[in-house]
Structure formats: C-alpha cells, structure tokens
Design a protein around this ligand. Structure first.
Ligand SMILES: [Cu+2]
Length: 68
C-alpha cells in the first residue's frame, strides 16, 4: 500500500470483524464490519509496518505494510 491511499476491506465471513490498528499506531479503525459487508479506511501517511487486530476477536491479527 502507498501512504494515504483508501483501503477497502471485504468481510467474507458471516461473523462481524474489525480492522483496528494495534496500540493506535497508524490510527486506523474500521469499527464493526458486519458479515458480508465492506469498510474503507485511509492508510497511514508514513511508510512502515502497522500491525492490526480484530477488536471483537483479539486473537485475529494482521499487518499492513505501507511503502513510500
Ligand atoms: Cu473478528
């Protein structure tokens, strides 16, 4: 991803999930995305590695990489 681009995530599960920046680093949080729904958020403005998790299922984790 490039800094500041819009990212759309598609929840293909039937359960609700979120994409929430870990420790607030990067400042993104989709809020609850219902099953089958999409959400859009803005990528962080600085290159780096931004871990995220699901605020509903905290064992679900991922990482967003922003390249300058
Ligand atoms: Cu979840």
């Amino acid at each position: 991803m490039r800094p500041g681009v819009k990212i759309t995530v598609d929840n293909k599960d039937s359960a609700p999930h979120t994409v929430t920046a870990s420790g607030g680093k990067g400042g993104f949080d989709t809020g609850t995305i219902k099953g089958g729904a999409t959400a859009t958020f803005t990528a962080p403005g600085k290159p780096g590695s931004y871990p995220y998790f699901c605020d509903i299922h905290e064992y679900m984790k991922g990482k967003l990489t922003v390249r300058g």
